[in-house]
Ligand binder design. Sequence first.
Ligand SMILES: Nc1ncnc2c1ncn2[C@@H]1O[C@H](COP(=O)(O)OP(=O)(O)OP(=O)(O)O)[C@@H](O)[C@H]1O
Ligand SMILES: O=c1[nH]c(=O)c2[nH+]cn([C@@H]3O[C@H](COP(=O)(O)O)[C@@H](O)[C@H]3O)c2[nH]1
Ligand SMILES: NC(=O)CC[C@H](N)C(=O)O
Ligand SMILES: [Mg+2]
Length: 512
Amino acid sequence: MSQTIAVLDFGSQYTQVIARRIRECNIYSRIFPYSVTAAELRKANVSGIILSGGPSSVLTKGSPRPDKKIFQLGVPVLGICYGLQLMGKLLGGDVAKSDRREYGRGRLTIKKKGRLLKGLPKSIKVWNSHGDKVTALPEGFEPIAGTENSDYAVIEDATRNFYGLQFHPEVVHSERGDDIIKNFLVGVCKCKQDWKMSNYVDQAIQDIRDQVGDSRVILGLSGGVDSSVAAALIHRAIGDQLTCVFVDNGLLRLRERDRVEQVFRDHFHVDLRVAKSGKRFLKALKGVTDPERKRKIIGKIFVDVFEDTVKKIGDVDFLAQGTLYPDVIESVAIDGNPAALIKSHHNVGGLPKRMKLKLLEPFRELFKDEVRALGKELGLPDEMIWRHPFPGPGLGVRVMGEIKKSYLDTLREADAILLEEMKRTGYYSKVWQAFCVFLPVQTVGVMGDERTYDYVIALRVVESVDAMTADWAHIPHDILQIISNRIINEVKGVNRVVLDISSKPPSTIEWE
Ligand SMILES: Nc1ncnc2c1ncn2[C@@H]1O[C@H](COP(=O)(O)OP(=O)(O)OP(=O)(O)O)[C@@H](O)[C@H]1O
Ligand SMILES: O=c1[nH]c(=O)c2[nH+]cn([C@@H]3O[C@H](COP(=O)(O)O)[C@@H](O)[C@H]3O)c2[nH]1
Ligand SMILES: NC(=O)CC[C@H](N)C(=O)O
Ligand SMILES: [Mg+2]
């Protein structure tokens, strides 16, 4: 059994990033609500405790406080930002509102040899995000490093093993932040770095069994990365209690349904229901041209199809989803941010309210690359793990304006050629997404001396890390030439191919 580090969550947007950095050190971590008791942490046999940052101020009455007894467990404690301020406040020091708030880049100057900063240069760039600061250290602590604005940016009580950082070592903008975290985990907590993704699988399977008991679970399986890995994991945990529902909405890529059926039914022997609803979707979308209306209609029919399937299966208690941590964070940001209304992302999250199902979301704490590693661990074929993201509304938002079956068929063929060439040349794995867009615009061409009046296909190939920002990928001209040639020659009804060279922002990745 690997050692466990407890991360107490005080509401920081980076709590999951801290947990991720710990996993990257090959050490197991668990996130607990800040209110977890010392007794519970003792029971979990934790080797170290990290107090996360948070939006509150320790100076505000009623702001979140941990159980004070966690400082008597004899276990090392590291406070980050709000966590450090909590230690300042609770252990007998003092905290005040700073007259200069520090946001963004800062410079840390190391004054003294300590355990957290072992092996680091005298000065490093760090990432700050705070308005309060510790003004008097609790007894036993000494200052190790400071920033322009704070003498107590790194503090240590090496006797009791209490440490504090005013900046955020977990974000990539903090230089050597991973070394600082590792110094705490390995140097102070004495953790062995023996945890692997395969251990995560075992743990997750146990958690799923505990949560589900002998209830039935359904999962919307799209064949995309997240839901596929979720299906494989949950199936391993509860076998036949899981039913997967694949909705063929008629807006899928070429041979998508066959591929999903083959992998999940034949290879993994999962109970897979295929809802063939292409006609239903197309009927509802007939004559609709507005992108937002298209998205809303597709979202609604998804729910209807799901409900029909649940009725057929009978007493289902859980709805499983492949929700990732960035999905969670983004939907949190959506609440207060009107800009999030740029597109209504298709979201099965609308389901539970109407269907009274409990949610099962084993990846809520993970990032896409970690889910991919999990998929590998579970034996999913590389082809499935490394697929590009594909939006729920599918080709419905890649045929501009009104959706017609003939347009979809044309788009499917063109898209298959693009993907085939991207894979053949090795570019598929180098970009975030590559797809075709169908433009219902006719232009004049000449083929075999004959006049043509056919449609336009646009190529969209982008690089990105998280889809929040993206740039068009610089694919070599000779490859583009082959793609364009093949599409015009092989796809009937297309006589022109254009390349999208817009970044996000100000454009978006999908055209609708
Ligand atoms: N055709 C479909 N049939 C059933 N469920 C679907 C379908 N399309 C999307 N979903 C559901 O919607 C969820 C969100 O879609 P999303 O595209 O974000 O994830 P994904 O398809 O699993 O992975 P990826 O991001 O790699 O495409 C999926 O996890 C899946 O549960
Ligand atoms: O599951 C999804 N449902 C949707 O409705 C949806 N719309 C866009 N996308 C994907 O999200 C990323 C960002 O897309 P945009 O730049 O077009 O907003 C890109 O990766 C898009 O493919 C969606 N995914
Ligand atoms: N990032 C944080 O943890 C911020 C802590 C506290 N809210 C401050 O502004 O100082
Ligand atoms: Mg998808």
